[in-house]
Ligand binder design. Sequence first.
Ligand code: GNR
Ligand code: NI
Length: 179
Amino acid sequence: MAIRPIISLPDPRLRLKSEPIAVVDDAVRALMDDMLETMYDAPGIGLAAVQIGVPKRVIVIDPAKKDEEPRALFLVNPQIVWSSEARSSYEEGCLSIPDYYEEVERPSKVRARFLDRMGKLQEIEAEGVLATALQHEIDHLNGVLFIDYLSKLKRDRVVKKFTKAAKREAEERAAEARV
Ligand code: GNR
Ligand code: NI
């Protein structure tokens, strides 16, 4: 297992549409183990493979709170097959948009179909934080970020902030290399 670097805004790879997994083999399981370790280290409650630069339809989620037993979920090729009419609002964050949080409204309950670690077809019904995390992670597989649900003003503001920070870091690295 290994902790892998998480890519962040404005990295264009976050906008890629991830490819389906053909076979859940040892390589996919190794990828999921790295993702879980990276997610726990961050720490976060979910991670999509594309966030470590691997545009494949794989996500890991653990909605357990700090004082609860860990319960890791590994989902390959996940699909929402049903969403409730009812909506809930939740304050979301994203490991690829560090230290930025905003309320996002989504369906309160969803049912998702996916392949588990062994490649077996499974279905889960989720509500609360798990429903939010599932929708947030599946969005990543389609190149969608939670800031896409905010007003253009808020979205432009946060993208600009991260673009400036990335430029500044690149300049600092270049200056360091010249010494
Ligand atoms: O760790 C995370 N917390 C979180 C909180 C509210 C809604 C969604 C999330 S997912 C996020 C980790 C992440 O960026 N996954 O893609
Ligand atoms: Ni995210």
